[in-house]
Write a protein that binds this ligand. Structure first.
Ligand code: GLN
Length: 424
């Protein structure tokens, strides 16, 4: 069978194709000269399958879509405390190039507006890195997210740096506020080079998929940043990624996203996929008109809104059964599905409301897909309490859903890989 996904993506592109509203970014002369009709989409699943349609091989400058990735590198290289001391995480409600700083601290409000992104640029790489070393670290880091070496479009870089008066003003203010060290112009040069990196929608989809996949590039397998860094970055994307359009974006589309003035737009759907679109005409917030439309469509048709959860599945507690007789009788509590806090709570409640009656008891994980870290602690505590209540506790865990179970103080558990192990 041929997968319907490419057909679906092609159809989505044709549904927005005729919309010529919006305007090209013209404050960077080179961008104003780009072909406004380009249109492309790519989707990369969290296990690395890439689909794309339209002008998927056309390269364009990454612009502000570099910001979440450089923020990730800054967090990884300088640590959360150092980065938080210099850039906050509050949505500003301002345009991307607004000259606004937090009262009192002089910090930029978030790393998605230019002031915050220029600051984040200076926090990537080792503290004593030269401007050139820092830019190389950033290019290598963004390349790791993309899974291939990215290079700078020198034309776009020259075009932007020659007119970057506003960003220079921001960097000078940051230096005056003691937020960045060193020569402010170096920060603007490095930041402008980072914005001029050439990408295709496929690169962007893979970069977004790396965020969706807890920081591991799903195609190369390379761990790029930690899951904790990803959590921080996605949260900031969700609240600030679309600038002064962020609230409407989050309510209507509902996934962490980031736009760039060259017309790129990415969304990362945690645990599922990264999506990228390219269409250069922009709305009044500087976000791609047809890109935003495509994402709206994807949200409703692919059920992507983060605040929308599937209806409850079957209960985590599958049922109970008694096997064997007499002294050999074992009461088995079977669990199923993906167990997180709420599922584990259901198990604890079941054990409290309807206590197991046999001396020998087993918890079967044969049909369990995953046990989250909190659920793991809760289930092990259940095992400990069952032991203290006088039960001999077994865990039937053929697939290692709960590896190395240690129920702690006074708890004891025997792990078997099949039921026969306890009944014979
Ligand atoms: N390089 C651009 C700038 O600093 C990036 C802006 C954007 O993509 N929103 O103005």
């Amino acid at each position: 069978m041929r997968s319907p996904i490419p057909d679906y993506l092609a159809e989505a592109l044709s549904s927005v194709e005729s919309d010529e509203s919006g305007a090209m970014a013209d404050y960077i002369p080179e961008l104003a000269a780009a072909n406004p009709d380009r249109l492309a989409v790519a989707l990369c699943t969290e296990d690395g399958r890439l689909y794309s349609q339209g002008d998927a091989d056309v390269a364009f400058s990454i612009q502000s879509i570099s910001k979440p990735f450089v923020y990730a590198l800054a967090l990884a290289d300088s640590g959360f405390d150092e980065v938080m001391a210099k850039v906050s995480v509050e949505p500003s409600g301002d345009a991307f190039n607004e000259i606004s700083f937090e009262d009192g601290t002089g910090r930029p409000l978030n790393p998605m507006i230019n002031a915050g992104a220029i600051t984040a640029h200076t926090l990537a790489g080792p503290r004593d890195a030269t401007p050139t070393e820092r830019t190389s670290r950033i290019i290598d880091g963004l390349s790791a997210f993309a899974g291939r070496h990215l290079s700078v479009d020198e034309g776009v870089y020259e075009s932007e740096i020659s007119t970057a008066y506003r960003n220079r003003a921001l960097a000078n203010m940051l230096r005056a506020n003691d937020i960045i060290d060193g020569e402010p112009l170096d920060a603007v040069v490095g930041y402008t080079r980072q914005c001029a990196l050439l990408v295709t929608v496929e690169d962007l989809a893979l970069m977004a998929a790396t965020l969706a996949n807890r920081g591991v590039n799903p195609l190369t397998g390379a761990p790029v940043v930690s899951a904790l860094v990803v959590r921080q970055v996605l949260s900031v994307m969700a609240t600030c990624g679309m600038y002064d359009g962020a609230g409407h974006w989050m309510t209507n589309v509902g996934i962490p996203a980031k736009s760039g003035v060259a017309g790129g737009l990415i969304g990362a759907l945690p645990g599922q996929a990264g999506i990228a679109t390219f269409s250069p005409r922009l709305d009044e917030h500087g976000n791609s008109v047809r890109g935003v439309d495509l994402f709206r469509r994807f949200t409703s048709e692919m059920g992507m809104h983060l605040m929308e959860v599937p209806p409850p599945g079957p209960s985590v507690v599958r049922g109970r059964e008694l096997v064997g007789t007499g002294d050999q009788a074992v009461q088995i509590l079977s669990l199923q599905g993906r167990i997180r806090f709420a599922g584990a709570e259901r198990v604890l409640r079941d054990l409290e409301n309807d206590p197991l009656t046999q001396k020998r008891v087993a918890i079967s994980l044969e049909r369990v897909a995953t046990v989250g870290p909190v659920a793991r602690r809760m289930l092990l505590e259940a095992v400990r309490r069952l032991t203290l209540d006088g039960h001999d506790v077994y865990l039937i865990d053929p697939d290692g859903a709960l590896p190395d179970p240690d129920p702690g103080d006074g708890g004891r558990v025997t792990v078997v890989s099949e039921r026969l192990g306890i009944t014979e």
